[in-house]
Design a protein around this ligand. Sequence first.
Ligand SMILES: O=P(O)(O)OC[C@H]1O[C@H](O[C@H]2O[C@H](CO)[C@@H](O)[C@H](O)[C@H]2O)[C@H](O)[C@@H](O)[C@@H]1O
Ligand SMILES: O=c1ccn([C@@H]2O[C@H](COP(=O)(O)OP(=O)(O)O)[C@@H](O)[C@H]2O)c(=O)[nH]1
Length: 491
Amino acid sequence: MSRLIVVSNRVAVPEAGKTAAGGLAVAVNAALKERSGIWFGWSGKISEEPSERPAISNRNGVKYAVIDLKEDDYQEYYNGFANRVLWPILHYRVDLAEFHRSDLSGYIRVNKIFADHVSKILEPDDIIWVHDYHMMPLARYLRERGHKNRIGFFLHIPMPPPELIQALPRHGEIIGALAHYDLLGFQTESDKENFGRYLESRGGQATADRRAYDIGGRRVKVGAFPVAIETESFARRARHAMRTNFMKDFRSSLGGKKMVLGVDRLDYSKGIPNRLEAFESLLRTTPEWHEKVTFVQITPKSRTAVPEYAEMDRYISTKAGQINGEFGDVSWTPLRYVNKTYSRSALAGLYRVADVAMVTPLRDGMNLVAKEFVAAQDPNDPGVLLLSQFAGAAAEMGGGALMVNPHEIEGVALALRRALEMPLKERQDRYQRMMAVLTDNDIDHWAQTFLDALIEPSQPALDSLLSRPGSMRSSTARMADFHGLQRPLEM
Ligand SMILES: O=P(O)(O)OC[C@H]1O[C@H](O[C@H]2O[C@H](CO)[C@@H](O)[C@H](O)[C@H]2O)[C@H](O)[C@@H](O)[C@@H]1O
Ligand SMILES: O=c1ccn([C@@H]2O[C@H](COP(=O)(O)OP(=O)(O)O)[C@@H](O)[C@H]2O)c(=O)[nH]1
């Protein structure tokens, strides 16, 4: 059987006695356990002279290969281009993008470093699965190093319409380079369609079923593969969590009040300010809920070196203090705002006792918290998911969640009140609808569906069949036109 080589910015090497954190870690580990393979990426560490060879470790039958980055690489590639340019633009926040040529150079440099390392370990029948916006041009650099392997890419974050992608300077070299993959996976149909329209704007031709595009002499397949969770084991984890002292103490601290929960990295895409303002609006307009509800907002800090994140931190801390100052009492703190990271078991227990989860991103690739919350519920007394229409999860959970537009604070406040007062029968019906989706598409299904589509042989691009040998320009030349490489990169 061919090996699976997974490449991503972060590699979640499991620590002894700890469970893998986050959906990507669980999914990749599950996929790798089924096949022999390697997970390659950044160690998360900075060093002055990174070793020429990746550090290798083996855990539970999975091989991990990680490299350190230099300080400049970390600043330009990760903090700079990935998180100050690609992240905001792909989350529809062109206004927050801060483009510098040096950051783009750093991004390309790190992608080439990754390509050099992966190139050394590749065997001809290996299958490569690349994850996320940090690694968009990787396939191009692997192709330049002569590799013809099947290479798939999954984008965990949104793909906006072409008009927004075009705001990215040199977008052809980064987003356009995705055409070097054999399969591109997106979280939703709408992300997939947006990318298709972008390819068309650059001369790509869709096949009749719009499941592939011919461009630059290559055929690239596209599909929506909504990322999933380990539904059954997460539900079990939530049941077990209720027996822990942590959960017993937490429940007694609630003193019988209803509980509303938010769990998000501190990120402007997550809509935390809007959510707090909606809670504030509920308290202002509905005094009967005073002293009867506690809002718990768990917000681990994230990407703290990026200025926009530090600003968010200040705004949210101030807002939380103001809500508690205005509405709280010596016997009641309306909002508990914490910046700690909790284990998945602790989170599972918190989800299970929550009466409402507020998942209100302004834009989100998927939002696994929405799915984990549903999986953790007690079927006999489930909580309500209040979900933004702009989360990728809305495409699957929309049938059971209370849908909101996070930009309309009063609407969110009304939905919160409705969720807090929802009768049991309606809560159960909604829970069952969402749980059916999560059972059908669990994490194993997600990984398997993507890999099946990647392995399935694709048809060659039509123009590569039609071109006469004498007149045909090399596919490298056609790809160079496509990337717009007439202007050489200054690096
Ligand atoms: O690695 P960081 O910079 O600390 O950020 C954490 C991860 O954030 C993003 O998560 C996304 O993937 C989720 C799973 O598919 C999805 O549910 C969510 O909507 C996305 O925002 C990022 O894409 C990851 O690469 C980061 O590791
Ligand atoms: O204190 C925390 C907060 C979050 N998470 C996990 O982090 C992931 C967040 O994924 P999501 O898709 O919601 O957002 P992202 O942070 O990837 O943008 C989920 O699996 C959470 O269970 C965690 O383990 N501990």
